[in-house]
Design a protein. Sequence first.
Length: 335
Amino acid sequence: MHETDDWLAKYVRARPREVPASLGARLASLAVAIPLLAWQPYSAAARELEVHFPSSGVVLAGALALPPSPGKRLPAAVFVSGDGPQDRDGGLGRTGIFHVLAESLVARGIVVLRHDDRGAGSSSAAPGPPSYRALLGDTRAALAFVRRRSEVDPARVVLIGHSEGAKTCEVLAAEDQRIAGIVLLGGATAVNVDSLLEEQARLNPGGPAAHLLPTLARAKAGEQAQGSADLTDWMREHLELPPRSLLPRIRCPVFIAQGGADHLVREHHAHEAAALLVAGGNPDVLVHVFPELSHAFNHWTPGTRHSAEVDAADPVVTRAIAEWVLTKVSARKHP
C-alpha cells in the first residue's frame, strides 16, 4: 500500500507485467535523482545475481545480493512486498525503503533476496483473479529457495515485509518456527483487512477504500471473484487469516516499524499488534515509531508535491532495522 496510489487500485489498473504510468513517471524521476542522494551502494566485493525459482504455476524472478563469505554460511533476509503486483523494489525505485534497506543489510554481511511479484517485473503471471493464498505460497517458495543456497545458513533467515507483506511475514512465522525473526514495515495490525478498509473509509469518505466496501461485503458473504480484477477472493482469503489468531503464535523476534505520519495504517495498530505478541508469550518484540514518516518511510505527505528528496526512504529507518537484524542473526548459532 502506497499513500501515493489508490489503496489496492494497482490490482485494477495494472495488467500483468505492466507498471502504472504514474508510478513509472515517479521511478524515472527518482532514477535521475539517484546521483544527488547519499544512498550507499553494495560494497565492491558484494555480488548481485539474477535468480529464478518456481511457485505454484509461475516463475518468480529476483535479485540475490551476496556479501563476501570466505568459507562460511551467512544470514539472510527475504523481502515481501505490499499489495498489488510490485517489482523487487516494492515499486519505490532505488531510493525506496526496499532497495536502501537491502544495501544496508548487505553492507553488514547479510544475504538479501528481493523478487518481483507474480505478474510484475520479470516474473511470470498466472491467469485468474488476485489470490492472497497464492502470494503466501510465493513467499514460502522464496524462503525455501534462500534456505537451499550454499551461501546461506538456513537457521538464520529473517523475513521483512512491507504493508500487506507484513501480514505475510506473520502467517509464515506462526507456522514456521525456524524463521529467525520478522520485520513488519507499516503493516502490523491486530485487526483484519475489513476493519482497515472500514477505518480508512470512515477517515477519508471520498477515498478508494469506500469504493472497495461492496467487494468486502461479497467476500464476507463467501462469494467468488467474477473477473481477473475482482478482489473478492483476495479479501476472503485475508479474512480467513485473522491477525488476532496469528500474532499470539509467533515466537521469533519481531521488529515493528511504524511511520508516525502513516495515513493508511495508523500508529495505534502497531501498538495493538505488539500487545497481542507479548500477551501470547513472545519476549522479544520491539515497536519503533519514526515520527513524521509516511507509509513508505519517507517524508512525503498527502497534498504535497513529490520530489526525489521527499520520496527517498529515511536512512534512520534503514540503519535501525539493519542493526536490529544483525543483532538477532548474530545471536543465533551458526556454522
